[in-house]
Design a protein around this ligand. Structure first.
Ligand SMILES: Nc1nc2c(c(=O)[nH]1)N[C@H]1C(S)=C(S)[C@@H](COP(=O)(O)O)O[C@H]1N2
Ligand SMILES: [Mo]
Length: 522
């Protein structure tokens, strides 16, 4: 038996070739899985592109200039091909090593996976989900390497006589190799198709120029951004904007074929192309949107300048029938949100948004068109990749999350957050500067107060807000003696209603309670 699992001394050239092929297939399957997961989970950041980026960052500028001079615009393709070639050679070596000394090939594949992981983690756009791709890819490659090596040892090909010596073991090895190679190829093709759709939508987006708003944004009042280091920026940059959706693959819609249908309880069903929409008089508004799943003190909230056509104008064209009280907005991916008809027609700036902070909507934020409704949580209003508005009744229809334990209606609750100092911070005893944000969309914030160790509430300074639909910044210096202190914040909306102290979970209609941080003064 031992001669089967341990390579014979006279390892044949045939066996070496098959071991190399096994290494190539194992690593190829690992890379394919990693790239597929990346295409699904973190478009724009895959192990291979991250490694490429790391190589570009690492090579001296002189070499970069040389590469551009030699290869021109093909320099990136050459880089990727070189990475591919190096990977192939290493993969073959890993296969041979694993055949000769079980475990050594695994170490090599593990190191390559670690390099991919390090590259992904050190990229600027790094997101936590992106780390899954190199880890899963390396795990698959290592698993396959081991399984191939086991089957190859059982077969122990010895040149021309192989067929006669161990036909069953031979077939087992070759079948497994062929299946794995086919799996890797399918993975590669699926990845390419996903990437291609994404890049088509990307280029359509880049080619787009947004119309100027007929109704420009309100001016940002002087002093709306407080000078407190570490406070949330008043307007959230797109790359930092939180993203929440059920989409495994970010829908890549073409604005050329996109249409929006208004259906259901309407006098005149309407269908609008993207060109029709862009020709409408646009409104620009800063609006703060928030997720119902945002925990107290959480960061599933952001403020952007949205450009869009008011939903009420489209609904006026369609003419909702008597009895309608809800608009079910439908996404290309099947997600739906049920918004009270009233919130779309009462004059607030509910928009069919095409722009976010001066750019077309980013793909992951709903390109080409999404809804934005001031005052309502995203799950009942902010449908991305919007394709249909069905005018209906709460009695007849439900948004995606309603049968899943969330309330049918989702007005945003008054909330406040301490941005600085952070939970657990060490500060100098004396006057400590606190700063953060508070929101009560469409009602507006009236007051923000802080208290130390459950003492009396002390009023914070409120920066002037952009509008009642946006969050506001606040700051306050607090006297802290040496030791640990608990600081709490509480906002009151402009109607005079303070946010409730009682802690409630995010489900079914949004968390309540005071954001609390403890800091140690010394
Ligand atoms: N198509 C689609 N639109 C969606 C969702 C979704 O899952 N699918 N999630 C909603 C939820 S719960 C929120 S909080 C907001 C988040 O928008 P953002 O990702 O642009 O921040 O989008 C809303 N629109
Ligand atoms: Mo959400």
């Amino acid at each position: 038996m031992s001669t089967l699992s341990r390579p014979a001394k006279s390892t044949t050239a045939a066996r070496t070739r098959w071991a190399a092929a096994a290494g190539a297939v194992a690593v190829g399957a690992g890379v394919a899985l990693g790239e597929l997961l990346a295409a699904l989970l973190s478009p724009g950041l895959s192990p291979v592109t991250a490694l490429g980026g790391a190589v570009i960052d690492a090579v001296p500028p002189g070499v970069k200039d040389l590469a551009v001079a030699w290869f021109g615009t093909a320099d990136k393709a050459v880089l990727i091909a070189s990475i591919g070639l190096v990977t192939l050679v290493l993969a073959a070596v890993a296969g041979i090593l694993e055949d000769r000394r079980p475990g050594t090939g695994l170490i090599l594949a593990g190191l390559a996976g670690a390099a991919g992981l390090a590259a992904v983690m050190t990229r600027a756009q790094s997101v936590q989900l992106a780390t899954l791709a190199p880890v899963a890819g390396a795990a698959l490659a290592m698993g396959l390497l081991r399984l191939f090596a086991k089957r190859l040892a059982a077969w122990n090909p010895a040149g021309g006589k192989a067929k006669e010596t161990a036909p069953l073991a031979r077939r087992s090895f070759l079948q497994f190799l062929g299946l794995s190679a086919a799996g890797a190829a399918v993975g590669g093709i699926v990845t390419a198709v996903i990437r291609r759709a994404g890049s088509l939508a990307d280029s359509a987006r880049s080619a787009l120029s947004l119309p100027a708003p007929a109704t420009p944004a309100q001016a940002i009042p002087a002093g709306a951004s407080l000078d407190v280091p570490g406070i949330s920026s008043l307007v959230t940059p797109n790359p930092e904007f939180y993203r929440i959706d059920t989409a495994l693959i970010v829908p890549a819609l073409s604005p050329d074929t996109w249409t929006l249908k208004v259906t259901g309880l309407v006098e005149h069903p309407v269908e609008l192309t993207f060109a029709d929409l862009l020709a409408k008089p646009m409104t620009a508004r800063h609006i703060t949107i928030a997720c119902v799943s945002n925990e107290v003190g959480g960061d599933l909230i952001g403020n952007a300048l949205w450009l869009g056509w008011p939903v009420r104008e489209l609904l006026a064209m369609a003419g909702p029938k008597d009895g309608a009280d809800m608009v079910l907005s439908v996404s290309s991916d099947g997600f739906t949100a049920g918004t009270p008809l009233e919130a779309l027609t009462d004059g607030r700036d509910a928009l069919l948004a095409v722009g976010m902070n001066g750019e077309p909507l980013p793909l992951e934020h709903g390109f080409p068109v999404r809804m934005i409704v001031p005052g309502l949580y995203g799950y009942v209003s902010a449908t991305k990749w919007l394709t249909e508005l069905k005018v209906t009744r709460f009695a007849d229809d439900q948004g995606y999350w309603t049968p899943r334990g969330w309330s049918a209606r989702g007005p945003i609750k008054t909330q406040s957050r301490i941005d600085v100092p952070r939970q657990g911070a060490k500060v100098n005893a004396g006057t400590v500067q606190f700063g953060g944000v508070a929101w009560a969309q469409h009602r507006g914030i009236g007051r923000v107060e802080l208290r130390v160790d459950r003492g009396p509430w002390q009023q914070a300074e409120l920066a002037p807000g952009i509008s009642k639909d946006t969050w506001v910044q606040w700051k306050r210096g607090l006297e802290l003696g040496p030791g640990e202190h608990e600081i709490q914040v509480r906002a009151t909306d402009s109607t005079g209603t303070p946010q409730p102290e009682q802690r409630t979970p995010v489900a079914p209609d949004g968390a309540t309670g005071f954001h609390t941080v403890s800091v140690t003064a010394g």
